[in-house]
Write a protein that binds this ligand. Structure first.
Ligand SMILES: Cc1ncc(C[n+]2csc(CCOP(=O)(O)OP(=O)(O)O)c2C)c(N)n1
Length: 369
């Protein structure tokens, strides 16, 4: 879904917002989206939320060992997904992006297979849960080491520029990632090379338990772009249309050869950092409940209602349809069974070197015995 470019101001004091919490336009805005496209955002946000809820059940029932909940990030992630040319541009996501990869078109059965680490996982069970990737959709496999995917995103973008492929690399991360050396090296090099890459921070103000006030003395994340000579956009990431239009604007700017940008999407993380975390130990009850009252899906629902595009019956049917789709995918993924242990020797080298051949033979013999 790519429309004409609508310009936005960089380095604004207030976050860029198109729809207010009551679901009203902040100012008249000529969006050019059809009713179907507007509803599509809602569908993807709802699917992201339902996926999150299902993942929580999988971890609580011991069927997977780890998840990084994304509830609260849906507007940001769906906005990003719709701004890319799917299967043409490259996405370099991070572990909290399961709503994003779902909206990019990664089949739910693969997402569940990856979560279960079984034969339905394209990575053949060799990754941590919540670390998906997709070769056909140009999605770089998530890496746990914070910010380690920033230099590869820049490298890929430099290659796109040299080869004139008219592709763009979009790289997402949290606020904590901006304190890593890799983040600065990657952003700086991209800026110098005017590489077609967009850096998107999903800023939920916490890196596990570390609050943003201990992370950076900058007034926000977007302003860091100034130091590298690229534009920075401070955006309300609870507003799906603001997230979409700003990311789309900078993606097309990059595609047009105008260089990289940094976008900060201000979001909330409704759940704990991960299934191994207890957020009530560092977030007050008041803070948690105030955040939940700013649910991005409810805000967009109010907007659609005002536009005459939302009613309870349609939404209920949609919810049931998505829930069924996810349940069917989960059942299918669960049936896939364990991956073949011998697959651990595949994929790393184009031609397997002698020592891996030897190890593979040993494992095969042991399995047979
Ligand atoms: C290089 C490195 N250091 C530390 C960690 C441990 N760690 C995992 S997630 C995380 C917090 C990252 O927070 P942020 O970038 O803000 O993203 P969020 O999880 O809040 O979405 C840390 C410190 C890691 N994975 N890699």
């Amino acid at each position: 879904m790519v429309k004409e470019r609508i310009a936005f101001p960089s380095f604004s004091q207030e976050p860029i917002r198109l729809i207010d919490p009551e679901g009203c336009w902040v100012a008249p805005f000529s969006h050019g989206l059809s009713a179907q496209e507007l509803r599509h955002f809602y569908r993807d946000m709802l699917a992201a939320r339902l996926l999150d809820e299902k993942l929580v059940v999988l971890v609580r029932t011991g069927r997977t060992s780890f998840i990084a909940p994304h509830a609260g990030h849906e507007a940001a992630q769906v906005g990003i997904a719709h701004a890319l040319r799917k299967g043409h541009d490259w996405l370099f996501p991070y572990y909290r992006d399961l709503g994003l990869v779902l909206a990019m078109g990664v089949p739910p059965v693969e997402i569940f297979g990856q979560t279960l680490g079984n034969a339905a996982d394209p990575a053949k069970g060799r990754q941590m849960p919540s670390h998906p990737g997709s070769r056909p959709l140009n999605i770089f496999t998530v890496c746990s080491a914070i910010a380690s995917h920033i230099p590869p995103a820049t490298g890929a973008a430099i290659s796109m520029k040299l080869r004139r492929t008219h592709q763009v690399a979009v790289c997402t991360f949290g606020d904590g990632a901006t304190s890593e050396g890799d983040w600065h090296a990657g952003v700086n090099f991209a800026a110098v090379q005017r590489a077609p890459v967009v850096f998107v921070c999903e800023n939920n103000r916490y890196a596990i338990s570390v609050n943003i006030s201990k992370q950076t003395a900058s007034e926000n994340i977007a302003v860091k772009a100034k130091a590298y000579g690229i534009p920075g956009y401070y955006v309300d990431g609870l507003d799906v249309l603001a997230s979409y239009f700003v990311v789309q604007y900078v993606v097309e700017r990059a595609r047009a050869g105008e260089g990289p940008s940094l976008v900060e999407l201000a979001v909330h993380r409704f759940g704990p950092h991960s299934s191994a975390d207890d957020d009530t130990r560092y977030k007050s009850r008041e803070e948690l409940s105030a955040e939940r009252q700013q649910d991005p899906i409810l805000r967009y629902q109010r907007f659609l209602e005002r536009e005459g595009l939302w009613d309870a019956q349609w939404a209920n049917e949609l919810r049931l349809e998505i829930a069924k789709e996810l349940e069917t995918a989960l059942q299918e993924a669960q049936k896939a069974g364990e991956p073949d242990p011998l697959q651990m020797f595949d994929d790393v080298y184009a031609a397997r070197p002698w020592h891996l051949e030897e190890q593979r033979r040993q494992v095969a013999e042991e399995l047979e015995a």
